[in-house]
Design a protein around this ligand. Structure first.
Ligand code: UFG
Length: 335
């Protein structure tokens, strides 16, 4: 397959590109490097400096590169940034995403896997969260992903796009080559590791939640497991594959990607201490707005549909792989 990956210079995108190449697929990375890193794109992939929402340029790229399927990882994805600047998120994630769909229709590309998020669920009534839980996002990031999921459904009905929507829980860890490097960073594990490297002490956002140790519980999934799921999802969008619904594509598959295990913020700090042998400098601060106490995936459907399950579920191993990557790339992607 020739697979075009938007956001292929980003964290999840670049690790997935490695996996697709290893499986023998041709990969075209589209990334404007607004948050991605050129050095994250393996040399075996074709790199195109484009905005995925540019309908005309993308239509041309689909035709010229003879693209069979799209993996849409490109997006703005920082929750607090989305609250401060919803316009940016609606323009990039929704309007840009519709531009991508229009280009797919224009070029006759009818296979799509979307990077979506557990943020579409908001504050869940049931944990572990099943995919048929109501979508009630509590921030613009989750709302824009839910909008794009809905657009994909109706584009599927009308234009026959077969799709899988992958709802990630808390992605962590690294491959040998690529890891997590955001600027500014807001995610727990990179901030914990930065604190161990002499950066700012970690602030635990609240220890008065209704959880055993009072801190929030999340489902941390290794980015390599996520990459495996993307490969399986892309294969499931083949025209003859019954897993991506009826032939008109009216019921696109939505799958949670998580481990179904939850770890508290304090458990993550303890794992980092075990991995590095060093205490994590930290303090307890107030709650962060919009943090649900517990977010854990019911990931059984991904197992049933894709034959996939997370294999690298040990928290120490997940944190350890992120630590190892930082040690081997002390300057991140700067050369
Ligand atoms: N946390 C801290 N201190 C920090 C950073 C985070 O205590 O400095 C806590 C948060 O309050 C939360 C947990 O660590 O309880 C994880 O926080 P992250 O910011 O790493 O991740 P989130 O759970 O907020 O969000 C992530 C992704 C979203 C996605 C969501 C869905 O960043 O894109 O998971 O589960 F939508």
């Amino acid at each position: 397959m020739r697979i075009l990956v938007t956001g292929g210079a980003g964290y999840v995108g670049s690790v997935t590109v490695e996996r697709l190449l290893a499986a023998g697929h041709g990969v075209i990375v589209v990334d404007d490097l607004s948050t991605g890193h050129r050095a994250a794109v393996p040399p075996e992939a074709t790199y195109v400096d484009l905005r995925y929402g540019d309908v005309h340029a993308m239509t041309r790229a689909f035709v010229e590169e003879r693209v069979d399927a799209v993996l849409h990882c490109g997006a703005k994805s920082i929750v607090p940034e989305s609250v401060a600047d919803p316009a940016l998120y609606y323009h990039e994630n929704v309007i840009g995403g519709i531009g991508l769909l229009d280009a797919m229709v224009a070029a006759g590309v009818r296979r799509l896997v979307l990077s979506s998020t557990a943020a579409v669920y908001g504050l869940p009534d049931i944990v572990p969260i099943p995919e048929d839980a109501p979508l009630r996002p509590i921030n613009p990031y989750g709302a824009t992903k839910a909008s794009l999921e809905s657009a994909i459904r109706w584009y599927g009905v009308a234009y026959g796009i077969r799709s899988v929507r992958l709802r990630y829980f808390n992605v962590a860890g690294a491959s040998d080559r690529n890891g997590e490097m955001h600027d500014p960073e807001s995610h727990l594990i990179p901030l914990v590791l930065a604190a161990l490297e002499g950066g700012r002490p970690v602030t635990i956002f609240g220890d008065d939640y209704p959880t055993p140790d009072g801190t929030c519980i999340r489902d941390y999934i290794h980015v390599l497991d996520l990459a495996d799921a993307h490969l399986a999802a892309l294969e499931a969008t083949a025209p003859e594959d019954a897993r991506t619904g009826p032939p008109d594509g009216s019921e696109p598959v939505a799958l949670n990607l998580g481990t179904s295990d939850g770890y508290s913020v304090r458990a993550v700090l303890a794992a980092a201490e075990r991995v590095t042998g060093t205490p994590v400098p930290h303090r307890v601060g107030p709650r962060r707005a919009g943090d649900p106490p517990v977010l854990v995936a019911d990931a059984r459907l991904a197992g049933a549909v894709l034959g996939w399950r997370a294999m690298r579920t040990d928290l120490d191993a997940i944190v350890g792989s992120a630590w190892e990557w930082r040690r081997r790339h002390p300057d991140g992607y700067r050369v």
